[in-house]
Design a protein. Structure first.
Length: 396
């Protein structure tokens, strides 16, 4: 059901295999930095949310709107897991009430990013505390996401008017939205959620991923027939380049969807996408915002893409067969990238309102959030550290 591609080999295997694994001391010290920044930001935000990207070094304060607010609440749950701090737990629980109100009143939910909003904020809460409000909010969000499912050929429309030709598309990011639906099936026993998520996963694999294992940002379909039309970009440098964060969404998305579907056909796509990403890293192993760029380009990096890829490699490390020839290489590569983020890109100032991970890119074309911290980068950096510290049960 999932297309086969040729997964090219890693060109410089020894670069990754020679990596010294991160120590527990290194990871704990980095998480302690995250805890300090989280506490500083709690006081700064006063129950509200950070905007998607920092401006002039700090996050503007926003209400529970946009597609990114769930990541801040997710950070609170990760930090609560690490520290057991009841004050952080209470702050996160107050957010859960806001997320229920948001989905019930349908405040800025007419898009596919319900998974980004409700998995780290509410599914996490239910898994950790059994909170019924969180369960209710997340299930309602799953139902709203299901409204965007297009039967032909089987995908969730990213945004825009449903069925409108110029909006009839998926984007690779949605591989991280659909785990909300797998969870909804597990909780309710209703297979509709999982069936739709699986169909979207297959459609994405077969169209948004190119034959060379790079990814388009978005892929269009004919709204009447469901026929595939063409791939394009909205975030990457060009329609033919590989947007770094999109490639990372693919790496992590394939791993998470394998967790829920156990479709072994996903392994070659995972290897292909991961190899493509690793082969295009610069000297310090933290990607530029599009993989067409490297050292000397003068372009900004995207540390958030690096953190997402680390999470994906760690997730798939649980599922790749022990005899897979690249299993150890991917594990060492994840250590190498995360160490670079810790040493050279993490914020150690702990001033109120600042990001935890610097040098991310939201949208290069619009000039929005370029070479600054962004909240999903903070979240996935914190998740990566959590994954490296313990056998973590993913919210996804």
């Amino acid at each position: 059901m999932i297309k086969a591609i040729t997964d090219g080999p890693i060109h410089d295997r020894e670069h990754f295999l020679d990596t010294r694994p991160l120590t527990r001391k290194e990871v704990e010290a980095a998480l302690d930095q995250v805890v300090c920044q989280t506490k500083a930001n709690l006081g700064y935000l006063q129950g509200k949310f950070p905007y998607s990207a920092a401006e002039n070094g700090v996050y503007p304060i926003t209400e529970n709107v946009e597609w990114t607010t769930g990541f801040w609440t997710g950070i609170l749950w990760l930090v609560y897991e690490h520290t057991g701090d009841e004050a952080i737990k209470e702050a996160a629980l107050k957010h859960v009430d806001l997320f229920l109100e948001r989905v019930e009143k349908r405040i800025d939910v007419d898009h596919h990013d319900l998974g980004f909003l409700y998995t780290p904020s509410c599914v996490s809460c239910y898994k950790l505390t059994g909170n019924e409000t969180a369960k209710k909010a997340a299930l309602k969000a799953a139902d709203v996401l299901m409204e965007r499912f297009r039967e032909k050929p089987g995908f969730f429309q990213a945004w825009g008017q449903l069925g409108k030709k110029e909006d009839h598309r998926l984007i690779i990011d949605c591989m991280l939205n659909i785990p909300l639906l797998y969870w909804a099936s597990d909780i309710t026993g209703d297979p509709r959620y999982k069936d739709a998520a699986t169909r979207h996963f297959i459609t994405s694999c077969n169209h948004v991923i190119r034959e060379d294992a790079s990814a388009y940002h978005t892929f269009y379909f004919d709204p009447e027939t469901g026929a595939p039309l063409h791939g394009a970009t909205r975030q990457g440098y060009s329609d033919t380049s590989a947007w770094a964060r999109g490639q990372a969404w693919g790496i992590y998305g394939i791993a998470l969807n394998y967790r829920h579907t156990r479709m072994n056909e996903a392994f070659p796509l995972y290897r292909g996408m991961t190899n493509y990403f690793l082969d295009r890293l610069p000297a310090d192993d933290v990607c530029y915002w599009d993989l067409i760029f490297s050292d000397g380009s003068g372009q900004p990096r995207d540390t958030s893409a690096a953190a997402i890829a680390v999470c994906g490699m760690d997730e798939m490390d649980r599922w790749l067969p022990e005899d897979d020839p690249d299993k150890i290489l991917y594990r060492r590569a994840a250590h190498r990238i995360l160490r670079s983020l810790i040493q050279d890109h993490a914020n150690k100032a702990h001033q109120p309102g600042q990001a935890m991970l610097l040098h991310g890119v939201y949208s290069w074309h619009s000039g929005k959030g370029v070479d600054v911290g962004n909240i999903w980068g903070d979240y996935f950096y914190t998740e990566a550290l959590t994954r490296f510290l313990k056998a973590w049960d993913p919210y996804w």
